[in-house]
Design a binder for this molecule. Structure first.
Ligand code: GLC
Length: 557
């Protein structure tokens, strides 16, 4: 055995090994039946999460927004969009979660606002050189008449990253920067007003009782002040992210230090910050979780790793080593509202790059293989030390919707790339709660902002509850064992002498409890070592051997 990570002490703060469930508010539960999920709907369904055995929820944005990027285009950070309810509904949802013992993390979107935000309207009205414009990144264009964008930077959702505005007199004027959709102008974080306003927003939600923030595009707030040319596509996890003049610039860290101090001033239990930072290599990502910065940073390197033993082994090692060097836990994740669901991802051929959406005309994932590997991957993830995020519906083994008609697609990526990239709608389809019911129990009316695929009915929560072998029962068992055996706080050692295509770990809890984790990525069954007693397996074992594409947890004497 070869130790790759030391155990956390038993009394570690809650977030170091927390499992946090992501709710995508438009698609979880719809209280008013208009086809879009809402806060009262969420509050009414939270028992599902208590029964699942997670520690906290993270909710994607429910703030005032014209919804051009499903709420990541915020028009007022301190109010609830009527689509989702009211501030009172938010208070009630937070209170209900706390009653059930669930902590609540909300989304903070600091890189940009909506173009409907009062500040952006003021900026347009006030004109070049005004303090109102200085809250955003306005620049004069290049060329004699300023008709060329200030740089060649590209936007994440397609097209250029600059849009030219019409000045008050109707003539074409300055350009503003948007790393995402044109309806999402980037804020200028060198401006003290921007900083002060976000501190107000942090306090606003902390005072309402939230337990933390997931920080959207945490690697994007600071831009290289020389605005150098950079024409590569900005999406995905680049090898050396900070080569892009707008990603992972050193200046972001000082912002997070100030937020950490603000959160710490609220005392115990700790309120947390989690970075959504698509940053590589791992040691650059670890800088976001230094002791005086954020608590967590999503491990997208792990999410991007395909079903390949060597690649997974390396991703686990890399993440633990980098995070250990700053004393932070790793934060494992396999799915979220931006990527193809892992039950479908693992059904694609290994080596194929992760597509941004799949359509009916594309080669379809192998559904059975995908869910088998997804269950094995989840069982690996939940055994690893650190925190983990679970995306709504993955506990049901939901596949991506891979045949959405183009007319219903809403992700701005689809239109901005002229349909070349289908976008993220397929992982955002409303949850199935009740087999055969209208909208599968998402609401009572049958309305649904995106259609649910036929396969979701059999996968509904009620169809899996109490059913041995269902993905839902697997998640419940894994989460209960993880908690009992303190796997999230465990020390981790690699088991040596196994076939190359088999991952083996022993997790040792602070109290000495030892759990063996075997992930078989080889085609052939492997034996468990003598004395190992199976606690749970991601699929039926048949005999005592571990078949391919299966993860087993076993106790060790
Ligand atoms: C983050 C969000 C994504 C959003 C983007 C722009 O990556 O997760 O959904 O579109 O930021 O805010």
């Amino acid at each position: 055995m070869h130790e790759i990570h030391a155990a956390d002490p038993a009394g570690s703060p809650w977030w170091r090994d927390a499992v946090i469930y992501q709710i995508y508010p438009r698609s979880w539960a719809d209280g008013d039946g208009d086809g879009v999920g809402d806060l009262p709907g969420i509050a009414s369904r939270l028992e599902h999460l208590r029964d699942l055995g997670v520690d906290a929820v993270w909710l994607s944005p429910f703030y005032r927004s014209p919804q051009r990027d499903a709420g990541y285009d915020v028009a007022d950070h301190r109010d609830v969009d009527p689509l989702f309810g009211t501030l009172d509904d938010a208070d009630a949802m937070i209170a209900r979660a706390h009653e059930l013992g669930l902590r609540v993390v909300v989304d903070l979107v600091p890189n940009h606002t909506s173009s409907d935000h009062a500040w952006f309207r003021e900026a347009l009205a006030a004109g070049p050189g005004s303090p109102e414009r200085a809250r955003y990144v306005f620049r004069d264009g290049l060329g004699e008449d300023g008709s060329l964008p200030p740089t060649n930077w590209l936007a994440n959702f397609g097209g250029g990253a600059w849009t030219r505005v019409l000045e008050a007199d109707g003539t074409p004027g300055q350009w503003y920067l948007h790393l995402f959709d044109p309806s999402q102008p980037d804020l200028d974080w060198t401006n003290p007003q921007v900083r002060a306003d976000f501190e107000t927003t942090l306090r606003f939600w902390l005072d309402r009782g939230v337990d933390g923030f997931r920080v959207d595009v945490a690697h994007g707030l600071v831009k290289d002040p020389t605005f150098p040319p950079f024409g590569k596509h900005p999406g995905g996890l680049m090898e050396v992210t900070h080569e892009a003049p707008y990603w992972d610039q050193d200046g972001v860290h000082e912002i997070y230090r100030s937020w950490r101090a603000l959160l710490d001033s609220y005392g115990a239990p700790e309120r947390i910050l989690c970075a959504e930072a698509w940053v590589a290599p791992a040691d650059r990502l670890a800088r976001y979780v230094r002791p005086d910065e954020m608590h967590q940073a999503f491990n997208f390197d792990f999410l991007e790793t395909q079903w390949h033993a060597g690649a997974l082994r390396d991703a686990v090692r890399r993440s633990l080593a980098a995070n250990d060097s700053v004393g932070a836990p790793s934060t494992w994740v396999l799915s979220n509202h931006d990527v193809l669901r892992h039950a479908s991802r693992f059904g694609l051929a290994v080596g194929q790059p992760r597509p941004n959406g799949i359509g009916a005309a594309d080669p379809q994932p192998d559904a059975e293989l995908g869910v088998r590997r997804a269950r094995a991957a989840t069982a690996l993830m939940l055994a690893l030390p650190g925190g983990a995020y679970v995306y709504q519906g993955e506990e049901l083994g939901l596949p991506e919707h891979t045949s959405l008609p183009d007319e219903v697609r809403q992700d701005p990526t689809f239109a901005r790339t002229g349909g070349v990239e289908l976008g993220r709608d397929g992982c955002r389809v409303p949850m199935p709660w009740t087999k055969g019911a209208p909208a599968l129990g998402f609401n009572d009316t049958g309305a649904s902002w995106l259609p649910q695929p036929a396969s979701y009915s059999e996968l509904a929560v009620d169809a899996q509850t109490g059913v041995a072998g269902s993905t839902l029962e697997l998640y419940r068992t894994l989460l209960a064992l993880r908690r009992d055996r303190r796997l999230g706080l465990g020390g981790l050692a690699e088991v040596e002498g196994l076939p190359e295509e088999v991952l083996g770990y022993v997790s040792t809890a602070p109290d000495g409890t030892r759990t063996l984790v075997l992930v078989n990525l080889s085609g052939a069954p492997v034996d468990l070592p003598d004395g190992a007693e199976v606690l749970v397996s991601s699929a039926d074992l048949g005999d005592t051997r571990v078949p391919g594409d299966v993860t087993v947890w076993a106790s060790l004497r």
